[in-house]
Design a protein around this ligand. Structure first.
Ligand SMILES: NC(=O)c1ccc[n+]([C@@H]2O[C@H](COP(=O)([O-])OP(=O)(O)OC[C@H]3O[C@@H](n4cnc5c(N)ncnc54)[C@H](OP(=O)(O)O)[C@@H]3O)[C@@H](O)[C@H]2O)c1
Length: 242
């Protein structure tokens, strides 16, 4: 039977790596993007050529928009797994955070994903093996100065799956968070080399994660054999901040 996963943020570095790995595992994919259509369209073409028996569809949506979710959900005919791998952050003191920034962070990381899940739950329940995974952050537990609001919404993702997992376990749906430490992606390009080196020196594993280090655990959670792990946050940090 064809299994369909929605990768929210498939145009990001973690999402793109995940799409490649899930395709190799036999999944058909909805590859979501916001602004980077080119990356997702190229991925759809490459994956369709590599895996001609699977389907790969590009689906755009601005996660700050909660008004058009029904249209977005309506175009997805089957969904067996959803992975929320979109995200953004702002790096400054909390006292300088604007209401617009707070709204964007809450919508992108929490509000729209939660509303999306409410609309997708019946589809996720159909196989009896539905899977929900958020790419969270170790900051959701440890907290980070200069990224206070980001830390709050990442902690919110963990709190959400903790509760939601209880409500959908009888439907065979699991809901978990994979929470990375520092990952070598474009999200960290705003930092200069000295700052990145200081972070790296603090990571017991001695390096930033590669997207594949994170994807491994998402793939594992999507395996039908992972049905008994739910409501958890897995910290994939190389030992950092723990
Ligand atoms: N990199 C790290 O060190 C790190 C550490 C811990 C957790 N994380 C988490 O991992 C996840 C993926 O991050 P990444 O490092 O792969 O980041 P990335 O390469 O910068 O990708 C960000 C993704 O989020 C999407 N996105 C941003 N704003 C959006 C919006 N308003 N509507 C819809 N999509 C939006 C982007 O879409 P477009 O490009 O198409 O606009 C892109 O797909 C995020 O949740 C992040 O918080 C990252």
């Amino acid at each position: 039977m064809r299994r369909w996963a929605l990768v929210v943020g498939a145009s990001g570095d973690i999402g793109a790596a995940l799409a490649n790995q899930l395709a190799a595992d036999g999944w058909s994919l909805y590859l979501h993007y916001h602004q980077n259509a080119a990356r997702v369209e190229a991925a759809c073409a490459a994956l369709s050529a590599a895996y001609p028996k699977q389907d790969f569809l590009a689906v755009p949506y601005d996660l700050t928009d909660v008004a058009h979710l029904d249209d977005f959900i309506g175009q997805l005919f089957a969904v067996d797994a959803v992975i929320f791998a979109a995200g953004q952050t702002y790096y400054h003191l909390f006292k300088d955070t604007t209401a617009t920034e707070l709204s964007a962070l809450f919508r992108v990381h929490l509000l729209t994903p939660m509303a999306m899940l409410a609309g997708l739950q019946d589809k996720l329940a159909r196989s009896g093996q539905g899977r929900v995974v958020f790419i969270g952050s170790v900051y959701g537990a440890a907290g980070s100065a200069m990224e206070v609001a980001y830390s709050a919404v990442k902690g919110g993702q963990s709190a959400f799956v903790h509760a939601y997992a209880k409500e959908v376990a009888s439907l065979g749906i699991t809901a978990n968070v994979v929470a990375p430490g520092a990952v070598a992606t474009k999200m960290n390009r705003q930092f200069d080399a000295a700052t990145l080196a200081a972070v790296q020196a603090d990571i017991p594993a001695g390096r930033f994660a590669q997207p594949g280090d994170v994807c491994y655990f998402v793939r594992t959670l999507l395996d039908p054999a992972a049905a008994y792990l739910t409501g958890q946050t897995l910290y994939v940090t190389g030992g950092w901040l723990q």
